[in-house]
Write a protein that binds this ligand. Structure first.
Ligand code: FMN
Length: 376
């Protein structure tokens, strides 16, 4: 089956795959640019961009960006988006992932538009005011939801207040990397699994005039993509597989940490954002599990639900600092995120984005699937 192109507002993207945004620094210009160049949607993360160009921002003596204005830096985001666009050579599209929970959410959304983003993808909370921040700019607005109810609330609010609807919606199930839009126990319950949430979200999207539904969270192979597209999905969002590419912006130790992970090493942990966070058991997580508190003060004011470090102190770590440490390649102190299927990557190793897109579009055998191994 050849995959149908994905229509996002006024843009048609030949390959219906969105590379999921990965903060801090796992998806910036190199990854997003390479994905878009292959004709899919490359997504840069707007979170913690101050780490990308430290010379542009004010930092403390440990190198942490000071305040949200430096942590989610406009200058850095602009450079990242513009470089991603250059690398894409005019193919595909470049989106920006902005967590609803970040401090200065509205300002960062406006920054992304000004820098030329084709789409804004926003989860970890409901982006009920997103249209307000982008005005009449030609940018696709794509909320991430985990239920039909959430989609209904966004559509009702946007239609009433802003006379517009989402250009697409990402339905993210509980096998994804990073924050989950579910309670801890729900992540393991059959009724909250992606395949079981999908029909109700698709129906809700149809009620609002056929909003394209993109599925995410554990979608792994060409076979999975075909499964969802044959049932009415317009595309998929995938992240973990893109970490094991040469172009992924993460340092080598990040990629190796996922490649070395076994299934039982990928766990859900509490986060100052207020949602369960899927991470790999690395030395810092082991210390937290043993009761250690690694909170080191609030410098970046990165997310509002953390209440200026109050929640970070309770869970024992600052999310911005620890993702920043991982981006800087600090295996001992960083937090490393993976989707539930990350342990499969060792069968593939690090490949190019071009090769990965060929695998995901059925043009190449998938080395992570058992049956392909059997043939080899
Ligand atoms: C390393 C990593 C970092 C992530 N960071 C973010 C983020 O900052 N914002 C967000 O909305 N989603 C984030 N995600 C979720 C992805 O964008 C994506 O939707 C999800 O991981 C899809 O599931 P998959 O990894 O099984 O393909 C992250 C995922 C990974 C693996």
């Amino acid at each position: 089956m050849s995959l149908q192109p994905l229509k996002l507002r006024n843009k048609v993207v030949p390959i219906p795959i969105i590379q999921g945004g990965m903060g801090v620094g796992i998806s910036w210009e190199r990854l997003a640019g390479a994905v878009a160049k292959e004709g899919a949607v490359g997504v840069v993360s707007a979170v913690g961009t101050g780490y990308r160009f430290p010379e542009l921002v004010k930092r403390d003596k440990f190198g942490r960006p000071i305040g949200s204005i430096n942590s989610h830096s406009k200058e850095a985001l602009t450079k990242i988006i513009q470089e991603a666009k250059r690398l894409s050579e005019g193919n595909g599209a470049i989106g920006v992932n902005i967590l609803c929970a970040i401090t200065d959410y509205g300002r960062v959304a406006a920054d992304a538009v000004e820098a030329g983003a084709d789409a804004i993808i926003s989860g970890a909370g409901l982006p009920l005011r997103l249209p307000e921040y982008v005005g009449d700019a030609d940018v696709a607005l794509i909320p991430i939801v985990s239920s039909a109810r959430a989609l209904n609330l966004i559509c009702r609010t946007w239609e009433k207040k802003y006379k517009r609807l989402p250009d697409a919606v990402v339905l993210e199930g509980p096998k994804s990397g990073g924050h989950q839009g579910f309670k801890y126990e729900e992540c393991f319950m059959p009724e909250y699994q992606l395949e079981n949430l999908f029909p109700s979200v698709l129906e809700e999207a149809k009620r609002w005039g056929d909003i394209p539904v993109i599925v995410a969270g554990g979608v792994w192979s060409y076979k999975d993509i075909v499964y969802y597209m044959q049932r009415g999905a317009s595309g998929v969002q995938m992240a973990t597989r893109f970490v094991a590419t040469h172009e992924c912006d993460a340092p080598l130790i990040y990629k190796e940490t996922i490649l070395n992970a076994e299934e039982e090493d990928i766990i859900l942990f509490k986060s100052p954002v207020g949602y369960p966070l899927r991470v790999i058991r690395t030395p810092f997580i082991e210390r937290l599990l043993a009761g250690y508190n690694g909170w080191n003060g609030c410098v970046s004011h990165c997310i509002t639900p953390c209440n200026k470090g109050e929640e970070a102190r309770k869970v024992g770590f600052c999310i911005a600092d620890r993702l920043g440490s991982a981006w800087l390649g600090n295996y001992e102190e960083g937090i490393f995120i993976s989707g539930a299927n990350g342990h499969l990557l060792k069968k593939q190793g690090i490949i190019s984005v071009k090769e990965l897109i060929e695998i995901l579009t059925g043009k190449r055998p998938d080395p992570t699937l058992e049956e392909v191994y059997a043939v080899k």
